[in-house]
Ligand binder design. Structure first.
Ligand code: PFF
Length: 497
């Protein structure tokens, strides 16, 4: 069997839309408001903007340059730099794949909430409704043996949608879906923000974002939080930008694109949080619940606090509610397909399996793993997966990429590639950032994450994390050892130092 023809974006717009859609996800909608609020409100913007440049754009540029220059999957690129590095690529891909398995589940919960929001079915106690009636959540191990049918069905639906998009040709699938969903998503956010600003008490909410607590700036944790948010929000270290950039036609503008993508993603989350804070301000005024008790992250904000808000909103909630959950659905689906693309590309390139077949196998395996999260104990395990993969594995992936491309690969080649394809040029400063500054900052974040993860671990999470550690070490080594069916895979060594 011979290597298939390489896919290519049919326009720069398709690439940009796909990149922005991959970045805009659950992290922008439910993670950012909490991070912003708990790290000094307005003054958080300073570490945040510094992180966009220092970490976000700098790192995305590495992935762009590598993907664009070699036009291969991450597994094959790392193999070509040094065959011993191939397991590193599969480690990154396995981490991304495992993240997808639980991310899909949260998007599945959201799908259920779209339907619930038409009738405000959560009643007067959304917290209890979410844990008892939707998730049938239990902390007992016996919960592992009961599957919640509705959650299973919605998780299946999201995997099916993801499969349906990803199995298609690049432009037909990811390209078109991003071009359609991203503008709708932005439209919905504009409607929600415009509406939320008209609510009584809105200013009590959004002024929180713009009221700086300058003392927060001297706090190292605030800087680490800004870095962490950029890693999550821009999907750094997941080989998404590398994969998407490898599909770029010659003549594309790389640095310019990276700046637009990073600022669109951050613009989206800042703009969106104006709406979220205004709505929370309204809730504070109408219910008397203090603002700091309302701002939570993750599932708490989307599936508990917002239903509470919709309960106090009157008839408008029947429109704003479904729109809010639809917004999360669209943002989530486009991120899921981005997460899967790099995994599928690497597998199909190494084993010469056609795109459709690879997508089918990957989605079936992914769905089988996701079933764990549809059990009674699923949401607890999901929390453990999230803590381990985000605080530990993902940051490690970013660190590994900095080391591989900053230290092992001939970095000046990347500078040359970028400068040959950009209006804005990069130079020595970028090199210093990737070789020294970024690894040090990421290491700081990583150590902080490891310590907090270990401190918070109970017996169940220790067991799950141990299993995950074994999986993310053993599986990549096995895949790397499997012989490639694509004979070109072993050719063309890339020059490294
Ligand atoms: N950047 C996307 C988001 O903010 O939701 C996608 C994503 C990031 C998915 C990080 C998963 C993840 F761990």
């Amino acid at each position: 069997m011979t290597e298939q023809k390489k896919s290519e974006w049919n326009s720069n717009l398709a690439f940009m839309m796909a990149m922005i859609s991959s970045a805009v996800g659950l992290g922008n909608i439910w993670r950012f408001p909490n991070v912003l609020y708990s790290n000094g409100g307005g003054s958080f913007m300073i570490p945040y903007i510094v992180s966009i440049f220092l970490l976000g754009i700098s790192f995305v540029l590495v992935e762009y340059a590598v993907g664009f220059k070699f036009k291969r999957s991450i597994a094959r690129i790392l193999y070509s730099i040094n065959e011993k590095l191939e397991p590193v690529a599969w480690f990154i891909l396995i981490v991304v794949f495992l993240i997808t398995t639980y991310y899909v589940c949260v998007v599945g919960w959201d799908l259920i909430y779209i339907f619930l929001s038409f009738t405000k079915a959560w009643g007067s106690n959304p917290d209890l409704y979410f844990t008892n009636s939707v998730l049938h959540s239990t902390d007992s191990i016996s919960g592992f043996f009961t599957i919640v049918p509705v959650v299973l069905a919605s998780v299946f639906a999201i995997w099916f949608i993801a499969w349906f998009i990803i199995k298609r040709d690049l432009n037909d699938g990811i390209g078109n879906v991003s071009k359609i969903l991203l503008p709708i998503l932005c439209g919905i956010v504009v409607v929600i923000v415009a509406f939320s600003l008209t609510l009584p008490g809105a200013s009590a909410g959004y002024t929180q974002i713009f009221t700086p607590d300058w003392s927060a700036l001297g706090n190292l944790d605030v800087w680490l939080a800004a870095f962490g948010q950029i890693v999550f929000s821009l999907s750094l270290g997941m080989a998404i930008a590398m994969t998407y950039a490898s599909y770029l036609p010659d003549g594309s503008k790389l640095v310019d694109n990276a700046i637009i993508v990073a600022f669109s993603n951050s613009g989206f989350e800042v703009f969106n949080s104006i709406g979220i804070f205004s709505i929370l301000g309204f809730m504070t005024v109408t219910s008397g619940i203090p603002f700091n008790e309302l701002v939570t992250s993750g599932t708490g904000l989307a599936f508990v606090v917002f239903p509470q808000v919709f309960n106090t909103m009157g008839p408008a909630a029947y429109v704003i509610g479904p729109l809010f959950f639809l917004c999360i659905l669209f943002a989530g689906i486009t991120s899921v397909i981005a997460l899967l693309e790099g995994v599928c590309y690497s597998i199909s390139e190494k084993f010469l399996i056609e795109r459709k077949k690879t997508a089918t196998v990957v989605c079936i395996i992914g769905f089988c793993i996701s079933i764990i999260f549809t059990t009674g104990i699923g949401s607890t395990i999901l929390g453990i997966f999230d803590a381990f993969l985000n605080n530990f594995a993902l940051l490690f992936a970013v660190l590994l990429e900095c080391i591989v491309f900053g230290w092992i690969y001939k970095f000046d080649d990347l500078i040359e590639t970028l400068n040959a394809h950009s209006t804005i040029k990069v130079g020595k400063t970028w090199k210093i950032v990737i070789k020294y500054i970024l690894p040090i900052c990421i290491l700081g974040l990583w150590i902080q994450g490891v310590i907090s993860t270990i401190n918070e671990a109970d017996t169940l999470s220790s067991i799950v994390m141990l299993i995950l550690t074994i999986v993310v070490i053993v599986v990549p080594c096995i895949i790397a050892l499997l012989p490639a069916r694509n004979k070109n895979y072993y050719e063309h060594k890339i020059y490294s130092k």
